[in-house]
Design a protein around this ligand. Structure first.
Ligand code: FAD
Length: 433
């Protein structure tokens, strides 16, 4: 392990854990501080679309046994996003590469796409990091000097390192201090998420839902119903037993996630006027640990009520759509009010930086936020490795990382906002007004 550098990471989400694994691989001393009391403190949400950014990141940072679990559990999809009519018939399949070579959703690298289960991916990233990840440690503030950084936690404890990375999500405490001028704003969109067991969904959804990246129907209000599958190539527990015996892995069955979303006003039945942006974690529902926030008032609503609000939003559609939503597991529902970062220039780093949603949160229109967070983790890991072995200074490593990360990160924030405007009437970004 390198004695030259000790890295503190606030937040054990997908971005922070990817960085931690990368640093481990480079032999760098790392400590991760996570607000949640344990990995199982709150459910972590459902399906995630991964593209080349996240898939390459996972392949780079995971040791062989965990990489095998990742590959065995991923549902590699066909490279299409499919547009449905409100009666759920297929209108067209949009290839991720068009005839000009452009990709949708836009990303770097090859057109490889996987649907994975978020909790399963997080367990894979966490496996074997028990000595490095400290749960129940909420970072409140830090002090940075030329000698290093001291992090202060809500429980009164502190930690000292050479560099602090804020991977603490959209409401980042590190960003508040490091870059208070970087704002997030309301995107104007409410979305209600739930999930259907595969056996329930399979007879009701088009075949494309089960093999493409995502299928989505929209009406003239730009209210949408999105459907995406998670079909484990091998079940997570079986994959762990086979490739990495002994790692903690919870059982999961195949499922289809359903999302009903649109402008806040179409969810009036959900008292959207009183739904404010808050910390995630509704009482009754999974927290997507996300680029968006879960409404405080909705937190008090039962999953059954949210399911009914979602179904009623589709009441003018052919009955199949609302019927499908009503077949979803009532306990699975949660509500998200979407927010987005506003692109900004970061000032010169000293020994504190940011990654993932902490700096470039985006609306989930492209399914790219986790991909970019994981790409950040790999990039920052590589730059810190150069500083650890003396190929560059820490300041130069962080400057190089931030230059590249803000260029691609904010460009995807803008693209997600543009796509969100066209497809679901998302508020324009302030700079685009
Ligand atoms: C419903 C939904 C669906 C999505 N689908 C996709 C998709 O298909 N594909 C995709 O690429 N992206 C998707 N996203 C976006 C994706 O979830 C996020 O971009 C991604 O989780 C960001 O990762 P992160 O590590 O930066 O932050 P997070 O995952 O938010 O992790 C931050 C961590 O920091 C912890 N934390 C917070 N504050 C503190 C503190 N003060 N001290 C210590 N720890 C703290 C939190 O508990 C959390 O564990 C979706 C988002 C939503 C809402």
């Amino acid at each position: 392990m390198s004695a030259q550098l000790r890295v503190l990471i606030a937040g054990a989400g997908l971005g922070g854990l990817t960085l931690a694994r990368s640093l481990r691989g480079h032999g760098i001393d790392v400590a991760v501080f996570e607000r949640d009391a344990s990995p199982w403190d709150r459910p972590q949400g459902y399906r995630l679309h991964l593209d080349a950014d996240a898939i390459n990141a996972a392949r780079e940072v995971l040791p062989d046994d965990l990489r095998a679990v990742f590959e065995a559990t991923a549902q590699y999809t066909e490279p299409f996003t499919t547009i449905l009519a409100p009666d759920l018939s297929v209108i067209k399949r949009l290839p991720t590469h068009d005839e000009h070579g452009d990709v949708w959703p836009g990303h770097d690298g090859t057109a490889v796409h996987a649907n994975v289960d978020r909790a399963t991916l997080r367990q894979i990233l966490l496996a074997g990091l028990d000595d490095a990840v400290h749960f129940g440690r909420t970072l409140e503030r830090y002090e940075s000097t030329a000698e290093g950084v001291t992090a202060f936690f809500a429980d009164g404890s502190t930690a000292h390192g050479d560099v602090l990375v804020g991977a603490d999500g959209i409401r980042s405490a590190v960003r508040r201090q490091r870059a208070p001028y970087c704002e997030t704003v309301d995107a104007g969109i409410t979305a209600i998420y739930g999930r259907l067991p595969m056996a329930t969904a399979e007879p009701l959804v088009p075949a494309e839902t089960l093999k493409d990246i995502f299928t989505v129907a929209t009406d003239e209000r730009k209210v949408f119903l999105g459907l995406g599958s998670v079909r484990f190539a091998t079940s997570p527990t079986e994959a762990a037993e086979r490739h990495a015996p002994g790692i903690p892995m919870r059982h999961q069955d195949d499922y289809v996630v359903c999302i009903v979303g649109g402008r806040h006003e179409f969810f009036a039945g959900g008292d959207s006027d009183t739904v404010s942006d808050t910390d995630p974690a509704p009482a009754s529902a999974p927290d997507p640990a996300s680029a968006s926030d879960t409404g405080r008032t909705a937190r008090a609503r039962s999953g059954e009520e949210l399911r009914e609000i979602a179904a009623r939003t589709l009441q003018d559609w052919p009955a199949g759509a609302a019927g499908l939503v009503r077949r979803a597991d009532p306990a699975s529902f949660f509500l998200v009010e979407m927010r987005t970062s506003v692109p900004a220039a970061l000032d010169t780093p000293v020994n504190v930086t940011l990654l993932g949603d902490a700096i470039h949160a985006m609306t989930p229109t492209l399914g790219r936020g986790a991909n970019i967070a994981m790409r950040d983790g790999v990039l920052l890991g590589r730059e810190l490795a150069k500083a650890a072995d003396g190929r560059t200074s820490l300041a130069e490593a962080l400057t190089a990382y931030e230059r590249e990360m803000t260029a691609y990160g904010f460009s995807v924030v803008r693209e997600a906002a543009r796509t969100g405007e066209q497809r679901m009437a998302q508020n324009p970004l302030p700079e685009q007004r």
